[in-house]
Design a binder for this molecule. Structure first.
Ligand code: VG1
Ligand code: CO
Length: 560
């Protein structure tokens, strides 16, 4: 076996988005496409370590040499996961990593990746996933680098990676046969030890430290029932192990539990539109009171009761309200909370009542990393079905389900009762996100520019029955690192506790996706129909953008 240096030329489209590099699978399958990106990640990390840097070294990157460092590799099991893992093993060996830890079968959820990096003190990890997007040769693939703290590389690092992709002229790869990744064990290829590990072990151990497994077992023993939909993604094995084997939930609790390369042909996206099977099962007369689903890589979650859907902003607020008394891992209370800009303000009210800080960050989990590392917040969440805490540096689907299980077990209430109690106490943020997919990218960018140009004249203007109190293109300064992020989204706040946030997606792989985030807060009127409450805001947003004239779109592609 020898290390070969393979000449290559840059691809000009490898800039990581909200969460790593995402493209159509066929683009990833082009010769050298994946290899270029992986080598560029290593080049960037090496450059940052050697202090050959422009700007400040990001907080969470710490100097280390590859010759005594560990890289973790795994993915959500989608099509091309296995060949990508083999290529990464060869490139990591070619770059002199001391150890490469590969999840058995190549399946490692995103939160488990974060846990493994932290527990095993790895330099970082490569997650192969396009998250909730469909998988297959004609669908999506993705790759993301996570740092030593277990979290997604911050923007300064992803930008450095992008710069490396533009100047790459070769990559190093070990000329070695494929490694059998389906059996635990380790082998040496050149100077690199490749170890296949149990993807469930570290993660389950961490969950057991945070939650009272004995109390949850008792709850199931007493007849509590739930349904968990793994959507044929990576969480199936974790959910079976934790809910069925460890906590004693009856077999059959986990639906669609076998990871499949094409997720059974569906969007592995836990929302009311794509987790339709689960929604239908819960509507049944004998249905259990609690249902949940995760996306392909296991970082997103949806929480359902028999008659209710818990919006992600409410879920975060409810967990924040109850964590300290319902979950042993948070008994000391919360140091603070954080949410992304478009996420509903529900959690802010819980924070205010508890006398703790609430931070508002740009979209994407990478912006929570520094706050968590600095101990400024304990819980974080995004409207896109993401909830998590300082136990790792990613959002965590199964963790969120365990949070709800714990608070249902402690309160002995139904999901609907817990939610209504919350609204009674804090009022309700009615919230919806409207997505318009596959817009012509140039026209979508022009639309956003035109909207931005309207902002200065907005305050004081009446739109329908609403009066604008502030309007801005939001920028963010990380309170810990001082890093600046511009264009986090355009936000219009109205005088009657309503707001609209507009932004373009940074994870799409086809054209542009416009996201409209609508929120209206009501102190007393908490049982109205969401769509009716938010319809006037949706209309204002469409008018301001000229959506009908520009794209002829009558209605959103998906509402979540
Ligand atoms: C979307 C969500 C964002 C989330 C990101 C990654 O990004 O809006 O909240 O962090 O996906 O989630 P965008 O730029 O398309 O709006 V995951 O589960 O895809 O890693
Ligand atoms: Co995901």
């Amino acid at each position: 076996m020898r290390i070969k240096t393979v000449p290559t030329v840059p691809f000009r489209d490898q800039r990581p988005g909200t969460s790593g590099l995402r493209k159509k699978t066929r683009e990833f399958m082009q010769p050298n496409y994946l290899e270029n990106f992986v080598q560029s990640v290593f080049n960037a990390i090496r450059a940052l370590q050697n202090r050959d840097r422009e700007g400040a070294l990001p907080q969470s990157a710490s100097p280390a040499d590859f010759d005594n460092t560990t890289l973790v590799v795994g993915g959500d099991g989608r099509y091309y996961n296995r060949p990508a893992i083999q290529a990464i093993i060869r490139i990591a060996a070619g770059n002199g990593f001391a150890r490469v830890l590969v999840a058995r079968g190549g399946i490692l959820s995103t939160p488990a990746m974060s846990a493994v990096i932290r527990r095993r003190k790895a330099l970082g990890g490569l997650v192969l996933s396009a998250s909730h997007n469909p998988g297959g040769p004609d669908e999506d693939f993705g790759i993301k680098y996570n740092m030593q703290n277990g979290g997604p590389a911050p923007e300064q690092v992803t930008e450095r990676i992008f710069r490396e992709t533009l100047k790459i002229d070769r990559y190093c790869s070990l000329d070695s046969p494929d490694v059998d990744i389906d059996r635990d064990g380790s082998l040496k290829i050149a100077g690199t030890e490749v170890a296949i590990f149990d993807p469930l072990a570290d993660y389950s151990a961490l969950m057991e430290e945070l939650f009272d497994f004995e109390a949850l077992r008792a709850h199931f023993r007493n007849g509590f029932r739930m349904l968990f939909d793994a959507m044929h993604g990576a969480t199936g094995p974790y959910a079976r192990h934790i809910f069925e084997e460890r906590l004693g939930a009856p077999p059959g609790t986990v639906l669609h539990g076998d990871p499949l390369e094409d997720f059974g042909g569906h969007h592995p996206d836990p929302n009311l539109a794509y987790a339709a099977d689960l929604v239908r099962l819960l509507a049944d007369g004998n249905a259990p009171d609690f249902g949940a689903a995760c996306d392909a890589d296991g970082d997103r979650n949806m929480i359902l009761g028999r008659t209710v859907f818990v919006s992600p902003g409410d879920s975060l607020a409810v967990i924040a309200e109850h964590a300290a008394h319902a979950i042993p891992g948070y008994r000391g209370g919360l140091s603070g909370v954080a949410r992304s800009l478009p996420t509903s303000t529900a959690v802010d009210r819980v924070a205010r009542a508890a006398g703790i800080n609430s931070f508002e960050t740009p979209t994407g989990w990478k912006y929570f990393g520094a706050l968590l590392d600095a101990g400024l917040c304990t819980l974080c969440g995004e409207e896109s079905f993401g909830t998590g805490s300082n136990h790792i540096r990613e959002k965590d689907g199964i963790w969120a389900v365990l949070c709800w299980l714990s608070l249902l077990a402690v309160s002995k209430k139904s999901v609907a009762e817990v939610l209504h109690d919350h609204w009674r106490k804090f009022g309700r943020s009615y919230f919806q996100r409207h997505d318009y997919d596959k817009l012509v990218a140039k026209s979508a960018a022009a639309m956003m520019q035109d909207l931005e140009a309207q902002m200065p004249g907005m305050p004081g203007r009446s739109l329908g029955n609403f009066v604008v109190s502030s309007a801005e293109d939001v920028s963010y300064r990380d309170p810990v690192t001082g890093a600046e992020t511009e264009h986090a989204g355009i936000r219009i706040v109205f005088s009657n506790d309503s707001r609209i946030v507009f932004r373009l997606s940074g994870t799409g792989t086809e054209g542009a996706t416009l996201r409209l985030y609508l929120e209206r807060y009501e102190r007393e009127n908490t049982d109205a129909d969401v769509e009716t409450v938010l319809a006037p805001l949706a209309e204002i947003a469409r008018e301001l953008l000229g959506l009908q004239q520009r794209f002829g779109r009558e209605k959103p592609t998906v509402i979540t």
